[in-house]
Write a protein that binds this ligand. Structure first.
Ligand code: MN
Length: 216
């Protein structure tokens, strides 16, 4: 069983892309695979799973040496399990700069493209294989998240075109979906009052992005 995962502190792309790729490996490539998360998904990613009625993948942080894995949405060993180079890395699919430090047992498939989102790359890799609506929905959510609804300067015409095609296909209002996702992201109700007070006027990192939260 191939385990597919993204980075620690999973945001929407690092939650959704392992799910998309595990679906692809299982249903199209015929390779048994399981999406796993290296931690609790952030509040936006949790919303996306509920919205598309997708079960939350198992959370796992320990992996046996030699376990076959596919890494998505990062190529940075600092964002991955400590024994990552003892695992059998079979493929990497990512849209971040090449950091270096990963070592593989043999020649592998590496796809790093200068797009705004891992899910956009997966859309290209999957090609014409028919995807169920929930996979399309998760893909769309990943793109809206990583592009900040196309406001991020990392957004490419390809990301936008894929998102627009998926939204049209699903009959989804992208702006409405993005608004619900971003509302979920800023939902601090998961934190206790004491935790919020500690965060007061401090930088707080969520899903790799840094926020400044102040509590009145
Ligand atoms: Mn990403």
């Amino acid at each position: 069983m191939i385990q597919v995962f993204g980075h620690y502190s999973p945001d929407t792309d690092s939650t959704g892309s392992p799910i998309i790729w595990a679906w692809y490996l299982n249903e199209v490539a015929g390779q048994p695979a399981e999406a796993v998360l290296l931690g609790e998904p952030n509040t936006e990613a949790a919303f996306v799973l509920r919205h598309w009625e997708c079960p939350k993948p198992a959370i796992r942080t320990e992996f046996a040496d030699g376990a076959p894995v596919v890494i998505v949405d990062t190529n940075n060993p600092a964002e991955l399990p400590a024994n990552i180079n003892s695992l059998d890395i079979m493929a990497i699919i990512d849209h971040h700069k090449l950091v270096g430090g990963l070592e593989t047992k043999g020649p592998i498939d590496i796809t790093i493209r200068p797009l705004a989102c891992t899910a956009t790359i997966m859309h290209e890799l999957i090609g014409d294989a028919p995807m169920p609506d929930w996979v399309k929905g998760i893909m769309l959510s990943c793109i809206l998240s990583d592009t900040l609804e196309f406001r991020s300067p990392t957004t490419t015409p390809k990301d936008r075109a894929v998102a627009e095609a998926l939204a049209a296909d699903l009959g989804v209002d992208m702006h409405d979906l993005a608004a619900q996702m971003f509302a979920a992201k800023s939902d601090v109700s998961a934190f206790s009052a004491a935790e919020l007070l500690k965060m007061d006027a401090k930088k707080y990192a969520v899903g790799g992005k840094t926020f400044r939260i102040s509590v009145l």
